[in-house]
Design a protein around this ligand. Structure first.
Ligand code: BES
Ligand code: MN
Ligand code: ZN
Length: 492
């Protein structure tokens, strides 16, 4: 699909489908739209009246334009109240339009939307993001995809001539989101720790990042007993992935992003019973997918003077004769000992060694993303990620970054008292506490592996996957986190 900008107005544009945005309760046609309506023999006004179109955010309508018009279809999207229009509104409008145009089998699409805050670059980028994300469809594993037929070939953003760089940025960002979606959607027999490492190598080669893959023996030398304990029953080798983006100049800030990379989580000997969603545990590398997706986007977008480390301790959590036993004591790379009272709380074990590794790099801030707990899904539902941080400034940075990017985070409490539930008789700590507050104790566990570096933890177990279609996502992997991370790195 060719996505471009043009100074052509909606009056002059010709093609299969023309989409225009209308604000709430401002659906009387004036100016250019009135002239367009006249040119289309009153089709727009007829459509507005017929469906009682009010311009509410999220609403849309479309119809065929009769006669030998230079436009075949007209699409209306509601934008809500003008004073409430945000970039996210434009993103969603772009997505809604793209989906309708595709359903209507348009090959060429023209889009005329107002600017948000008179910022043409940001507006063009947001609309383009919505389009790119809404049109992505993953048919890799279908032998006969049902959606063949006409494809959208050209999309033109009208009145946004000169904003080519904004379109390029949208495409670069979305290439990262789409990589994350495809990694998450692929099952555990396709995406393994080896595949994740190969993906990191491919990104490094293509965009010139530094990359280091630590094999099991190297992880042993670093004392990563927690990570390796999780990996020990798998027939696949664990891979500790470390990609680095270095800016052209001297970095002003150094950041680390860590993603939980469990390519399959069986639960280990505390095996997940049927009905627990074990068949969805291919998504347990959603943090690693977001990390690699962010790496791919950042490598292309090239933020000035920020160095970014992308890290994942990738493995499976399996069972076998040499699986870790419930009750085993593992020693992490910072010397702390952990009594494994539940082998299904494995993500925090892999993250523990990744956090220690990241802190040793001397970075200014660390953010980890993990499909860590079912408890977080119970607390915040499918659309919102939990955010924990002892550092209020970093937490605020992430909330702002997510808001700008159109992803949802909610700050959760770091209730130190709850760590009492993780006390062990035999070791420094257990790996799980009682069921209540399970997402909080998971965050408190992670905190044991960070000394004084600013750190935040995002539990993305809910939003990693969409069970229902939403604005720019069909059912399936969302690529959650990539947009927030990129937004955060640029604000850093
Ligand atoms: N990967 C799971 C968490 C998860 C659950 C992700 C549902 C996505 C959807 C994690 O490793 C896990 O098993 N957590 C346990 C922790 C418990 C044993 C303390 C959980 O949430 O039940
Ligand atoms: Mn688990
Ligand atoms: Zn897990």
């Amino acid at each position: 699909m060719d996505l471009r900008v043009t100074d052509t107005s909606c009056l002059e544009w010709s093609g299969d489908a023309l989409a225009v945005g209308l604000f709430e309760d401002q659906v009387e046609l004036t100016g250019e739209l009135a002239s367009l309506d006249e040119k289309l023999s009153g089709t727009i006004q007829e459509l507005i009246t017929e469906v009682e179109f009010k311009g509410k955010a999220g609403s849309s309508a479309s119809t065929r334009v009769g006669g030998g018009s230079s436009i075949r279809k007209i699409i209306l999207v509601g934008l809500g109240k003008p004073e409430e229009l945000k970039l996210e509104g434009l993103r969603q409008a772009g997505a809604a339009i793209a989906k309708i145009a595709k359903k209507e089998k348009a090959k060429t699409l023209g889009i005329s939307l107002p600017l948000c805050n008179e910022d043409a670059a940001a507006s063009a980028q947001a609309i383009a993001e919505g389009i790119e994300l809404a049109l992505h469809q993953d048919t890799r594993f279908k032998s006969d995809p049902d959606d063949k037929g006409a494809k959208l070939e050209t999309v033109e953003l009208l009145g946004l001539g000169g904003q080519d760089a904004a379109i390029t940025r949208a495409r670069q960002l979305c290439s990262g989101v789409i990589l994350a979606r495809e990694l998450v959607a692929a099952p555990a027999n396709i995406v393994t720790p080896i595949t994740l490492a190969e993906t990191a190598l491919a990104i490094a080669n293509e965009y010139g990042l530094d990359v280091q893959i630590l094999e099991r023996d190297e992880c042993e030398k670093l004392g990563m007993g927690a990570f390796l304990g999780v990996a020990q029953a798998s027939d696949l080798p664990p891979k500790f992935i470390h990609l680095t983006y270095r800016p052209a100049g001297t970095p002003r800030r150094k950041l680390a992003i860590i993603g939980k990379g469990l390519t399959f989580d069986s639960g280990g000997l505390n095996i997940k019973p049927s009905g627990s969603g074990i068949e969805m545990m291919k998504t347990d590398m959603g943090g690693a997918a977001a990390t690699l997706g962010a790496a791919k986007a950042i490598a292309q977008l090239k933020p000035a003077d920020v160095e970014v480390h992308f890290i994942s301790a990738a493995t499976e959590n399996m069972i076998s004769g040499h699986a870790m036993h419930p009750g085993d004591i593992l020693t992490a790379s910072n010397g702390k000992t952990i009594e494994i009272n539940n082998t299904d709380a494995e993500g925090r074990l892999t993250l523990a060694d990744a956090l220690v590794f990241a802190e040793k790099l001397g970075v200014d801030a660390i953010v980890d993303l993990a499909t860590l707990t079912g408890a977080c899904v119970i607390a915040l539902g499918d659309d919102i990620a939990g955010l924990w941080s002892p550092n209020d400034d970093l937490a605020a940075e992430l909330v702002t970054a997510a808001d700008k990017a159109g992803e949802k985070l909610w700050k959760m409490p770091m209730e130190e008292k709850y760590f009492d539930g993780m006390k062990s008789v035999v070791a420094d700590m257990k790996n799980t506490g009682p069921r209540p507050g399970g997402a909080i104790t998971a965050a408190l566990f992670l905190k044991q592996f960070v000394n004084d570096t600013a750190w935040a933890h995002l539990d993305i177990a809910g939003p990693v996957w969409a069970d229902k279609e939403n604005s720019y996502n069909s059912v399936g992997a969302t690529g959650f986190g990539v947009r927030t991370l990129v937004s955060w790195v640029f604000a850093a």
